[in-house]
Every structure is written in structure tokens, then in C-alpha cells.
Design a protein around this ligand. Structure first.
Ligand code: PMP
Length: 406
């Protein structure tokens, strides 16, 4: 495992980036909940500049995730290049969103938009962003309120509540739009003390991938990465990493490899990015089962002009490949990881990809998805397991304890 990015990322960042578009507004002061505002936490003492490698706080260990060859899951697929996975599942709360949560909170703190002990951080999110905000809010002493459609799994609610966040459910019929409206209502009711970070619009989102994820991939492949594959939720990962490697005049980044081939992945049932790039959707469009991807909008932070290709993957294909990742590689990823690996294999199987090195993002840890239909059969098997009789000297009637010592 890597060292954690704390040292580098706690340095002051260049000005001009990371201006969240959302300003607190409203004057009434009806709090969203009765839960007590956590006390501001004193700044932890900085560890002395000694040889010990101990982080000051948990958000300092976000990032520096390892790369691993995915030779077992790609074996026999006819792949021409070689695929590597970046294990974002190894962050403190097990997803690529740990980076984003920290980046958005750091940036808002730097700009004086939020203050521990005073501000309530609010976000419409059902997923990993909520978990990342919840744990960093705890670390820093913010109250955190997350709004989400009622359809979100109980395990997700449990995770957020256990981290001390407040969860506000909205009607399923209004999907993400309803969750956004509720978040805005709560913010407005807090009289300037509520703040929405807006992951889909916040420049601190792609910024953290320009500053950490992209440089890590470049460093750990010794500059040999030729193909990059990522799923689009907010588009922050695919945009930031590509800007770092291909270069970005806007952000003062010289090209490292301008020929990098960037592949964005989206659910086949919701091909909005494909359409935004002038392509056509395949098959029926509607709900999908790839959590974290396909948010039903073309996000503001996604730069579609730097994508070389958008690959659609059906939820069933994503689920099947996710299962192969668990079983062939022994890497428990979430369903979006399955979609990304499936897309990567398709692209790297073309003749022109002979010998090329592809890096794909494995966005999250699989244990978070046990209520996904993919685990239906396994859940049944787990529930149907029966205890087995023990060999002598156990008598199998006295609760399995031995009748004599021998
Ligand atoms: N997969 C999962 C599981 C995610 O939580 C996310 C983030 N929503 C993504 C993929 C996509 O990442 P991004 O938002 O940077 O596009």
C-alpha cells in the first residue's frame, strides 16, 4: 500500500480553482434536525518531522492507492493489451469518493465558506459521496445532512447513520431531483449555516484527480500508461486524470502523453454521454443497476471534449464481470468496477491495442453492495447454511462442547 497523500495535499493549492458555485442563502433559522451540533474539534497537533509515518487524521491517508495487473480476469478474453486496476476500494471509506469529499471540504474551508462547529454540510447523494462527506464531517466537527430517494438501500442508510450523519429520505417518484430540492430547502432553513457542496458542479471535484489520481497513475506506471478507462458518475475522475496526462492549458498542465486514449463508461440503459457526443443510444433507455454511474444528467464537471470514446455497458454485463472480479482476481469490487473492466477488455481487445498498457479505475469495495440483485443467490445460500456435526470427542448434543478432555 502507498503512503497516503496527506503531506502533498495539505499544502496550499494554487488560487483560481475550486470555487463551489453554491453560496449559502436564506435567513430563517429552523434547523433541519434536533441533533446537537458537534463541537468544533481542536486542530490536531502536527506530528514532529521525524521518521515515523503516522497520519494526523484519517483524511490524510486518502489516496495513493495501488495498481494491480488484472491478468486473471482478462485471461482467455482475446485481450491484446495488458490491463491494470487502480484500487480505489482501499481508501478509508472504501471508494474513489473519499478523495472528492476531502477535496470539496478542504476547498470550501480554504475559501472560508464553511466552519467546523458552525456549518451543516448538506448534499443530495445516495452513495459513496455521502459516506465520504459523513466521515470527514465527523473528523472535522461538522454536522452532515444527506438527502436521498427512499429507494436507497438500508445498508447505505446504516453506514451514514453509524457515521453520525442525518439521513433525509425523499419520494422515489422524484428521484435525484427531489433529493436536490430537499437539500436546498434544508440549506435555506439554516439561515446561512447550511452549505451544499454540489459534487456535479464543484471544480474541486476534477481538481483532486488532476492533483492526485492522475499523477499517481503516471508515477506508478513510470509514464507508460496509454489507455485510461473510468466510469462516469460526476465525471470528475475521468476528466481530472485525463487533463493531467494529456495536459490542460486551462490548468497550466504540460502534456505528459497527449496520445493517451481515454475511455468513459456509462450504463447502456442510460446513454446520455454518448448522445451528448453526437452518438445514438442502443436499445431501451431507462433505469439501470450500476450504482455510482449514470446519474441521469450530463454533469457540468465532465469535459466531454477530452473523451476519445464512450463505451456503454449493460447492467447485466457489469454484474457478470463484477462477479468475475471477485472470483477470478479475488478483488471484491462494486458493480461499477465490473462495468469498467468489461469496457476495458472490449477496447483493449482491438488489434491496434497490441501491447498497450491500460489503467482502469476500480471505484469501490464490493462489500457495500450486498443488497444488489447480484448477491441474491449467495444471500440465500448463506441463510440456508446448516451447522455440521463435529468429530469425537465432541458429542454434538451438548452444544458442541467436548464431553471429556483427551
Ligand atoms: N463508481 C462508483 C461506485 C462511484 O461511487 C462513482 C462516483 N459517483 C463512480 C463510479 C464515478 O466516479 P465520478 O463521479 O468521478 O465520475
Amino acid at each position: 500500500m502507498g503512503k497516503g497523500m496527506g503531506g502533498d495535499c495539505s499544502k496550499p493549492q494554487p488560487k483560481g480553482e475550486g470555487q463551489p458555485s453554491q453560496q449559502p442563502k436564506g435567513n430563517q433559522s429552523a434547523p433541519a434536525s434536533t441533533a446537537a451540533q458537534p463541537k468544533p474539534k481542536p486542530e490536531p497537533e502536527k506530528a514532529p518531522a521525524a521518521k515515523m509515518k503516522i497520519a494526523n487524521r484519517v483524511s490524510d491517508v486518502i489516496g495513493n492507492t495501488p495498481l494491480v495487473y488484472l491478468d486473471r480476469v482478462t485471461k482467455g478474453t482475446g485481450i491484446k493489451g495488458r490491463l491494470v486496476g487502480k484500487m480505489e476500494s482501499l481508501g478509508p471509506c472504501s471508494s474513489v469518493k473519499d478523495r472528492l469529499g476531502r477535496s470539496m471540504i478542504d476547498e470550501a474551508e480554504r475559501q472560508g465558506l464553511i466552519k467546523p462547529g458552525e456549518t451543516t454540510i448538506i448534499e443530495p447523494t445516495s452513495g459513496n459521496t455521502g459516506i465520504a462527506l459523513a466521515f470527514i464531517a465527523r473528523e472535522r466537527g461538522y454536522k452532515c445532512v444527506l438527502t436521498m430517494p427512499e429507494t436507497m438501500s438500508v445498508e447505505r442508510r446504516l453506514m451514514l447513520l453509524a457515521l453520525g450523519a442525518e439521513v433525509v429520505l425523499t419520494p422515489k417518484e422524484t428521484a435525484v431531483k427531489g433529493a436536490i430540492a430537499k437539500a436546498e430547502e434544508i440549506r435555506d432553513s439554516l439561515g446561512g449555516k447550511g452549505f451544499i457542496l454540489q459534487q456535479f458542479e464543484n471544480p474541486a471535484n476534477p481538481k483532486i484527480h488532476r492533483e492526485t489520481t492522475g499523477p499517481e497513475i503516471w508515477r506508478d506506471t513510470d509514464g507508460k500508461v496509454e489507455v485510461f478507462i473510468a466510469g462516469v458518475g460526476t465525471g470528475g475522475t475521468v476528466t481530472g486524470v485525463t487533463q493531467f496526462i494529456k495536459g490542460s492549458k486551462e490548468h497550466g498542465l504540460e502534456p505528459k502523453n497527449p496520445k493517451l486514449y481515454t475511455v468513459a463508461v456509462e450504463p447502456q440503459e442510460q446513454m446520455l454521454i454518448t448522445k451528448a457526443k453526437g452518438g445514438e443510444a442502443i436499445g431501451p433507455q431507462g433505469p439501470h443497476k450500476i450504482q455510482g454511474m449514470g446519474a441521469g444528467i450530463v454533469p457540468k464537471v465532465l469535459d466531454i471534449s477530452i473523451l476519445d470514446e464512450v463505451v456503454p455497458i449493460h447492467s447485466d454485463e457489469a454484474t457478470a464481470m463484477c462477479s468475475k472480479m471477485w472470483l477470478d482476481e479475488g478483488i471484491p469490487v462494486g458493480v461499477s468496477g465490473g462495468a469498467i473492466v468489461a469496457a476495458a477488455i472490449k477496447v483493449l481487445s482491438r488489434p491496434e491495442m497490441e501491447g498497450k498498457l491500460g489503467v482502469c479505475i476500480l471505484p469501490s469495495f464490493g462489500e457495500r453492495y450486498f443488497t444488489h440483485p447480484m448477491f441474491g443467490e449467495i444471500k440465500q445460500k448463506a441463510e440456508g447454511l446448516k451447522k455440521q456435526p463435529l468429530p469425537p470427542p465432541f458429542d454434538n448434543t451438548q452444544y458442541g462442547f467436548p464431553t471429556e478432555r483427551g
